[in-house]
Unconditional design. Structure first.
Ligand SMILES: Nc1ncnc2c1ncn2[C@@H]1O[C@H](COP(=O)(O)OP(=O)(O)O)[C@@H](O)[C@H]1O
Ligand SMILES: [Mg+2]
Length: 499
């Protein structure tokens, strides 16, 4: 898969590329025009040189100081005004009569036959010829009055040197210009994309907010400076702000309707308490003092036990509604060991058929086994967990309540060797009204089975910033509650915080 390129990189690369393209086109065009200018000038000089040569006297000796062995040289070369580097070849009836050029010191020099032959390829308009050992030339042929013809050539190499120098300067300037353009583009792009980063940061902060529960204060907004609708980034920022405003209103509406439902459940449970207490009271009264037939007695007993169970249900519902309302838990320094000891002894009284054990693993320093929290609610946690271990297991089951300190947490463990929770029920065990088939059908009022016990426990533990897990297999059911410890971290035994 291709790695996605960042917009920033793309923009800078694009600007660099455009600058490069412009530099190349400009460079090529100007080099071409310089070349044609140079060529035009050279051809002008060539025609002038050729004209000078055409009129020159056939008689050699016009040249002031012919070198030794120089047989007069071609007449066209041997005239004043011919430039250094000029080549002249004189031909009569297709035969080279003389061929030579002016070297850098303006001395006459002879061409060898191969070089002369190369020069002869020129026509009567200036054209390119290449002379081995000397270089590239522009050459032109003219006829003279005496029937001979003269080929004159001027070297291109000087102009080529000029052209090369120009191209070199152009390349250097071009590279500098492209780098400069890229640098400026980098700075500009960075500056104009910075608002986008800020918008993204706002979105990221919102994404990290816990929006799924409770009253949500969604006051994150893109800063005003980044919401100007005249800029593209501003449009994104403004759109995000509108979205956030919309989400905030929707969340507030959701929260309000949740609150209403909760309030309704709390009110309804509360209202049901009194009539239920009357039903229960009257049915117990009738049972005690009424003169009932066996059938009627059975029926009234059922009424009493069902109303007891309903009372428990209503109490649980009310408690859950209050926990849902998220009312602040009372923060106290709670001695977990004392709580655990009470819970075990209460459970022992309620379930004489079970074996109850309090297990501190030798860790009897009560200073280390304290948590910050609401004592009454933490007591409820232990009561519910131990009630489950009593109600959902047969007599003879051993139940252990363990308390441990590790690092910054205190762990409460309720372990029983009863039949355990079926695997398919474990995933939903902390849900409201989740209970086993046995609990659903078998309960009478005494078992208080409502399916709300573990939901309440979870709500309390969560409100304390703790976690709860259940791990169960036949013969071994373990519920562990992890709560933040109060006071100094582990190892600071005795360093109790506060007065
Ligand atoms: N220690 C346990 N052993 C076996 N089953 C249990 C245990 N604790 C809880 N359960 C199962 O989990 C269900 C839910 O428990 P809970 O929420 O306390 O509701 P309730 O106890 O009112 O039925 C119970 O109905 C029971 O089936
Ligand atoms: Mg229970």
């Amino acid at each position: 898969m291709r790695r996605p390129r960042r917009l920033r990189t793309q923009l800078i690369a694009l600007v660099g590329l455009v600058a490069l393209l412009v530099a190349v086109i400009l460079g090529v065009l100007s080099a071409l025009s310089l070349r044609s200018e140079l060529l035009g000038r050279l051809d002008g000089s060539l025609v002038a040189a050729s004209d000078r040569g055409r009129g020159a006297d056939v008689d050699p000796g016009g040249y002031p100081d012919p070198p030794p062995g120089w047989d007069g040289g071609p007449p066209g070369l041997n005239v004043r005004g011919q430039a250094v580097g000029t080549v002249v070849v004189e031909v009569r009836d297709g035969e080279v009569v003389s061929a030579g050029y002016l070297d850098d010191d303006a001395q006459l020099r002879e061409l060898d036959p191969a070089q002369a032959a190369a020069v002869l390829t020129a026509g009567d308009r200036p054209s390119w010829v290449h002379v081995n050992g000397l270089g590239t030339y522009r050459a032109v042929t003219v006829g003279r009055d005496d029937g001979t013809s003269v080929v004159t050539a001027l070297p291109w190499d000087d102009s080529a040197g000029t052209l090369r120098g120009y191209v070199l300067v152009e390349v250097v300037v071009g590279v500098v210009a492209v780098l400069l353009a890229a640098a400026v583009a980098t700075a500009l792009v960075r500056r104009s994309l910075r608002p986008l980063d800020r918008v993204a940061q706002t979105a990221t902060r919102v994404a990290e907010l816990p929006l799924d529960r409770g009253a949500v204060a969604l006051d994150e907004r893109v800063p005003d400076g980044d919401t100007d609708p005249r800029t593209e980034v501003g449009q994104v920022g403004a759109a995000l702000n509108r979205l956030l405003g919309h989400v905030e209103t929707s969340l507030a509406a959701r929260h309000a309707s949740e609150q209403q439902v909760r309030q309704f459940v709390a009110d309804a449970s509360h209202e049901l308490r009194t009539p239920l207490a009357s039903i229960r009271g009257y049915s117990e009264l009738v049972l005690r003092h009424g003169d009932l037939s066996e059938d009627s007695a059975h029926a009234v007993t059922r009424v009493a036990s069902e109303s007891r169970r309903m009372q428990a249900l209503v109490e649980d519902l009310l408690l859950l509604a209050r926990l849902d309302a998220g009312r602040e838990i009372v923060e106290q320094d709670v001695d977990v060991v004392a709580l655990a000891a009470d819970a075990v002894s209460d459970a022992h009284a309620a379930g004489r058929g079970h074996t109850w054990r309090l297990d501190l693993a030798g860790d009897v320093d009560p200073e280390r086994l304290r948590v910050r929290g609401d004592e009454a609610r933490l007591r409820q946690v232990l009561v519910n967990l131990l009630a489950n271990a009593r109600v959902h297991t047969p007599p003879g089951t051993t139940v252990r309540l363990g308390v441990r300190r590790a690092g910054d947490v205190v762990t409460l463990i309720v372990l029983d060797d009863g039949p355990g929770v079926p695997a398919e029920q474990q995933a939903t065990i902390f849900d409201r009204f989740s209970r086993g088939d046995a609990a659903r059908t078998g309960g009478d009022g005494a078992t208080r089975s409502t399916g709300l016990g573990l939901a309440i426990v979870e709500a309390i533990v969560t409100a304390h910033g703790g976690t709860i897990t259940l791990d169960s297999e036949p013969g071994r059911t373990l519920v562990s509650v992890v709560l933040p410890a109060s006071g100094a971290p582990d190892g600071g035994a005795g360093a109790r915080m506060g007065p």
